[in-house]
Design a protein around this ligand. Structure first.
Ligand SMILES: *Cc1c(COP(=O)(O)O)cnc(C)c1O
Length: 235
């Protein structure tokens, strides 16, 4: 077994354990976050059974997609979105987790090729205002959700959030609970959502306890990432 296959197994076992501890019996999807990892690492994870991969940087992702056309990978765009990159994102990804403003909704919808199924969209919620510039304010959620639902080329799936990092389990849970409550509030308002995309390598157990349906794991599968240059950090 390769190192990646081993790590993948370990993460999947931890997910099962956390799910059992949380008394859950539903399905939790694992998204392998492969930013900064070479295509061969993704191939290894794919061969070990992982099919959904998350990428943050458009050019890097497109280069890897070109090397992995023989693998039936479901591609998720999870990084900050520049408005001028919406066309390739709508063309080359199956999911986008980081929609945080109205302008992106129209642009992604217009660019989604008609030969493909609607683009799966999560709204990124900024649940801890001081920690991150990405993500929409909780007050804008309903308006964004309605705008996405009005676009036949898009399919509203749920919410994504990246809370401020914390080592404290109770704090992690409290932060995820804000996202979950926003998710439940949208459902109560009649929006159709099935995806709560919360939890990364250091906090996914807490996220599972707070109802995560999709967790986004990078370093726990692939190991530490090589560091990037500052000017490479946008999509
Ligand atoms: C990098 C990243 C992850 C994965 O982070 P790890 O700590 O390596 O698991 C998840 N979600 C987003 C949006 C990311 O940018």
């Amino acid at each position: 077994m390769t190192i990646i296959a081993n790590s993948l197994q370990a993460v999947l076992a931890n997910i099962r354990q956390a799910q059992q501890d949380a008394g859950r019996h539903d399905y939790i999807r694992l998204l392998a976050v492969s930013k900064a990892q070479p295509a061969e690492q993704l191939r290894e994870a794919f061969q070990a059974g992982q099919t959904a991969f998350g990428e943050n940087y458009l050019q890097e992702a497109l280069a890897k997609q070109a090397l992995l056309t023989d693998c039936a990978i479901e591609w998720h765009f999870i990084g900050p979105i520049q408005s001028n990159k919406t066309t390739p994102i709508a063309e080359y990804f199956d999911w986008v987790h980081s929609v945080d403003r109205l302008k992106l909704v129209k642009r992604l919808a217009e660019a989604r090729p008609t030969g493909k199924p609607p683009l799966n969209v999560c709204i990124q919620l900024n649940s801890s205002a001081e920690a991150s510039k990405s993500g929409t304010d909780i007050l804008q959620l309903a308006e964004l959700a309605a705008a996405i639902e009005a676009e036949p080329r898009l399919k509203l799936r749920g919410l994504m959030s990246i809370p401020a990092p914390s080592k404290d389990f109770a704090t992690q849970r409290a932060q995820f609970r804000i996202v979950r409550n926003a998710f439940l509030a949208l459902q109560a308002q009649g929006h159709t959502l099935d995806t709560l995309s919360i939890g990364m390598s250091d906090d996914y157990v807490a996220a599972i306890h707070e109802g995560a349906t999709m967790i986004r794991i990078g370093s726990a599968i692939f190991g530490a990432r090589p560091t990037r240059n500052r000017d490479e950090t946008t999509a």
